[in-house]
Design a protein around this ligand. Structure first.
Ligand code: PGA
Length: 233
């Protein structure tokens, strides 16, 4: 893993954007994208730039079960607002949280991933070490599935909802096996709350109990962290 330390999330977003630009110059066509507060500075850089993404495809990591694109808290809505409305892509994929047959939706999403192999995957990390919504215990070979969110994740995400009871308890998530097939991975983490997970991801054993630790097995991972997230290394 290459570790890049930055001053803050803004500098982290700039660094991640530079890496994406380099990747695009070398022919990257498919970006694996993430939601949450972490990639917001990256998306701000992308939307402020004069780079054209209209030939690019995006494949997002996850979506809450039960929320559709018109729900303000859905990840589809987050992506539209933070990126796609301002920078159109050729095609953008996010799991459909309102699919009537969730098993079929997972299969459909695996087909999407198979036909659009991810060149550069953007990741955040949960305080419990999750990547996507692959919570502790998730299989390293996993494909897209419906996952139960842990209490830690529900608590971390409740800030986006009026009350904790409104946070969906299940989500559709790309699996770790699929994430690991991305050619390049850029994981970003900012703030003290991520320091424990970052320390275990980089210095701890590779274990399903800390899903991000699997990234030690990938040959092209760049970790962009601020001093607070790096404070336990
Ligand atoms: P955050 O979430 O960017 O909102 O901290 C990251 C994650 O849970 O993967």
């Amino acid at each position: 893993m290459e570790i890049i330390r930055v001053k803050d999330a803004v500098q982290g977003g700039k660094k991640a954007f530079e890496l994406i630009q380099e990747g695009m110059e070398k022919g990257a066509k498919v970006l694996g994208l993430a939601t949450g507060s972490t990639p917001e500075t990256l998306y701000a850089e992308m939307t402020a730039s004069d780079i054209d993404f209209s030939h690019m495809t995006s494949v997002n990591l996850d979506e809450y079960v039960g929320l559709g694109g018109s729900d303000d808290q859905s990840y589809r809505h987050f992506m539209d607002v933070h990126l796609f409305d301002k920078k159109p892509f050729a095609e953008t994929f996010v799991p459909n949280g309102k699919a009537s047959d969730l098993k079929e939706e997972c299969q459909r999403y695996d087909d999407v991933i198979a036909s659009h192999p991810v060149d550069i995957q953007i990741l955040g990390i949960g305080q419990n070490g999750h990547i996507g919504f692959n919570e502790p215990g998730a299989s390293f070979e996993g494909t897209t599935s419906v996952v139960d969110l842990t209490e830690s994740t529900i608590n971390a995400n409740k800030r986006y909802f009026d009350k904790v009871e409104d946070v969906p308890t299940t989500a559709i998530s790309m699996g770790i096996g699929s994430i690991m097939r991305s050619k390049k991975i850029i994981l970003m983490a900012f703030g003290e709350v991520k320091a424990g997970a970052i320390q275990k991801m980089i210095e701890g054993p590779i274990t399903n109990e800390l899903p991000a630790s699997v990234l030690q097995n990938h040959n092209d991972v760049v970790v962009i962290i601020d001093e607070a997230a790096a404070s336990k290394l």
